[in-house]
Design a protein around this ligand. Structure first.
Ligand code: HEC
Length: 116
């Protein structure tokens, strides 16, 4: 009986440790000044080109190939009045998006990291 209680205490302890680690990880991600966007080269250019009209969350939730990102940016210019992005920024942004927000969605936001 007392053995069972000890065992349960041990499991609760492990669970608390895992929860603590997960929380620390989530906090680390949110410290970025670029909100949900993965912090890597090109993030700053992308962030400031894109958040004038909508949250960066709309970008983080997408997963597209480079060609599809290029098409989407054309659509953003034609249909939504985004000022055309000049080189070298365009390449920087497409590199950034197709590396971190490609079809495999490596940085898809997890529910507990989403902003309200
Ligand atoms: C001039 C305003 C403007 C700028 C700047 C802008 N967008 Fe948008 N974007 C919009 C509008 C308007 C929508 C449609 C929003 C909606 O459906 O709620 C949209 C929607 C989107 C969507 C969602 C598309 C879908 O299929 O639902 C993505 C992804 C996106 N934008 C990415 C970007 C990226 C990346 C940039 C920066 C390179 C950017 N946007 C810059 C206006 C803009």
């Amino acid at each position: 009986m007392s053995f069972a209680i000890l065992r349960r205490g041990f499991l609760v302890c492990i669970a608390a440790m895992i929860a603590g680690l997960t929380a620390a990880h989530a906090t680390g991600k949110q410290e970025s000044e670029f909100g949900q966007l993965f912090n890597a080269p090109g993030v700053e250019t992308t962030y400031y080109a894109c958040i004038a009209c909508h949250s960066e969350m709309i970008i983080a939730q997408q997963g597209l190939s480079r060609a599809h990102w290029a098409e989407l940016l054309e659509w953003m210019v034609e249909e939504h009045g985004m000022p055309e992005i000049e080189e070298p920024d365009l390449t920087k942004i497409l590199d950034y998006l197709s590396t971190h927000y490609n079809e495999d969605r490596p940085n898809f936001p997890k529910p507990n990291e989403a902003k309200p």
